[in-house]
Design a protein around this ligand. Structure first.
Ligand code: PGA
Ligand code: ZN
Length: 430
């Protein structure tokens, strides 16, 4: 092994994420001075089975400090992997898991472990002198993802009354990524004008989408439709629509009774069947091609029902349901729930486990969407990951705020680097 590949040092420190909460930055050095770095994202509507993010508690940063995770990198994980070859990602990730020793990464912290795992892969790409997407994806990686752009924010990502967390526009009818993104930006600005003309706020939520206090979910879908058409595009052929309901946040248990509540819609105590009817009605009235977490992670029967009802027409994406965990995805495949998996590195905590989940999903014909978290940084790792895996879809928010645009801008760079070899499907992958 050459000196450029042998890990000599890990160095972590606290930085801030897009919500102003602390997170980790990690640098991995090799013996010849090559460096790979990474920053760790953080969710708000988290699934209950996600790997554990280690926070310090106490009063510093309202309890959200990550000094303990930082010291776990510098003192424990460094000792575990110094001397290893940065190209041995699987062996390194296994060593990280072994060092933690728990099922959910709660001792060392999934945030500490992920920072190291990603910094190692960047160091390997740098030592080999190739781009991250090329290192992770090989010589054939050339598919730019279709962005699912979250332009109206609700749920726990915004202080408004919208029950659905994300209303997304999906530029499908375009021949290259940059054209698709440009059209998305035009629609985004058009939404702002429409909101202003109707007297709504154009302040934004955590993922850069607008967060107006609209009266109903349908009003949000109508505004998206109007903005697409006013921008000169055709609803359905140039742009499709997508939702992330994050329904685990809308699911309640009261003295044994389980139900959904849509307070924004003034509809309380909906059964799983009524929720499914609600979505069938939306799908019949709008060109919705993808719905994420339409049912709660605690309602697998509801998931079975919606998959039977809509699974052949609409992409049904498990986020909180699957938490990027290959075991849970396998169970989902067995029970025929959902038909797609949201891929979030920090839900599972290492790069190689993430890749294993993608493989599990794809072997059974489940689609994958590489995704950001609502708390993000300027790190654009997921842009390279989406191209490397060729999954054809990315979810990284509105085309506003630098934490989101870092990913879009990185995809623009990759498209330019690939030149005429870049491919954009120009249609829904689903
Ligand atoms: P989160 O939201 O990062 O707050 O979990 C994103 C999502 O639900 O897809
Ligand atoms: Zn989600």
């Amino acid at each position: 092994m050459g000196k450029e590949f042998r890990i000599s040092k890990l160095f972590a420190y606290e930085v801030l994420d897009s919500r102003g909460n602390p997170t980790l930055a990690v640098e991995c050095y090799t013996e010849d001075g090559t460096v790979g770095s990474a920053m760790v994202p953080s969710g708000a509507s988290t699934g209950s089975k996600e790997a554990v993010e280690l926070r310090d508690g106490g009063t510093r940063f309202m309890g959200k400090g990550v000094r303990k995770a930082v010291s776990n990198v510098n003192e424990i994980l460094a000792e575990a992997i110094v001397g290893m070859d940065v190209r041995e990602q699987i062996a390194i990730d296994k060593r990280l898991l072994f060092t933690d020793g728990t099922d959910n990464k709660s001792r060392i912290g999934a945030n500490a472990i992920l920072g190291v795992s990603l910094a190692v892969s960047r160091a390997a790409a740098n030592a080999l002198g190739i781009s991250l997407f090329r290192y992770l994806g090989g010589s054939n990686a050339n598919l730019l993802p279709t962005p699912l752009m979250n332009v109206i924010n609700g749920g726990v990502h915004a202080d408004n009354s919208l029950d659905i967390q994300e209303f997304m526009i999906v530029p499908v009818g375009f021949s290259c990524f940059s054209d698709a993104l440009r059209a998305g930006v035009e629609v985004y600005h058009q939404i702002k004008s429409i909101l202003k003309s109707k007297g709504y706020s154009s302040a934004v939520g955590d993922e850069g989408g607008f967060a107006p206090s609209l009266n109903t979910n349908r009003e949000a879908l109508d505004i998206l439709s109007e903005a697409i058409e006013r921008s000169g595009y055709k609803l359905g052929s140039n742009f499709a629509l997508a939702l992330d309901v994050a329904a685990s946040e809308l699911y309640y248990e009261d003295e044994g009774a389980k139900f959904y509540s849509l307070p924004g819609e003034k509809r309380e105590k909906l059964s799983s069947e009524q929720m499914v009817e609600y979505f069938v009605d939306l799908v019949e009235n709008y060109p919705i091609v993808s719905i994420e977490d339409p049912m709660s992670e605690y309602d697998w029967e509801g998931w079975e029902l919606i998959t039977k009802e809509l699974g052949s027409r609409v992409q049904l994406v498990g986020d909180d349901l699957f938490v990027t965990n290959s075991k849970i995805v396998r169970e989902g495949i067995r029970r025929k729930v959902a038909n797609a998996v949201l891929i979030k590195l920090n839900q599972v905590g290492t790069l190689s486990e993430t890749l294993q989940t993608v493989e599990t999903a794809r072997l059974s014909g489940y689609r994958c969407i590489v995704s950001h978290r609502s708390g993000e940084t300027e790190d654009s790792f997921i842009a390279d990951l989406a191209v490397a895996l060729g999954v054809g879809q990315i979810k990284t928010g509105a085309p506003a705020r630098s934490d989101r645009n870092a990913k879009y801008n990185r995809l623009l760079k990759i498209e330019n680097v690939l030149g005429e070899n870049a491919v954009y499907l120009g249609r829904a992958v689903f």
